[in-house]
Structure formats: C-alpha cells, structure tokens
Design a protein around this ligand. Structure first.
Ligand SMILES: [Zn+2]
Length: 72
C-alpha cells in the first residue's frame, strides 16, 4: 500500500474507502487528534488522526449531510 494511503470501511454504506492523508494540511495542526472530513458519495465522515497520522477514531458527520428531499 502506498505511503500515506489509508483504508477504512465506510460506517454508512459499508464500502471500502481508500483515502490519502492530507499531510500538508496536517503540518499546520498543533493539537491532535486532528479531524479530517471525507466526503463519500452523499455523506461525510470525520476521521481523527493522531500525531503519527494513525487513525484514532471515525465518526459519521451527520450534521454535514445535504438537505433532505421533500417528503410526500
Ligand atoms: Zn459511504
């Protein structure tokens, strides 16, 4: 696996996601774990990386989803 490439199973749709650690952006981070937002299809995930860029936690960013379709 290429360096900096992470694998995770999407907690929403259960598909495999390969994503690249945004190392340039993380250089500016002073406090870890640092949240990295990943857009996957129509949902967003927040991955928390520790100072070694290891995945510390993953959560579904429920507050970021796009507006609901009209019902009825
Ligand atoms: Zn997904």
């Amino acid at each position: 696996m290429a360096e900096g490439l992470k694998w995770l199973q999407c907690p929403v749709c259960k598909e495999s996601i390969y994503w690249r650690v945004p190392e340039e952006g993380l250089k500016k981070i002073k406090r870890f774990p640092a949240p990295v937002v990943i857009k996957h299809k129509d949902h967003y995930l927040v991955c928390y990386l520790d100072s070694h860029y290891q995945l510390a936690d993953t959560e579904v960013a429920a507050d970021c989803v796009e507006g609901r379709a009209k019902e009825g």
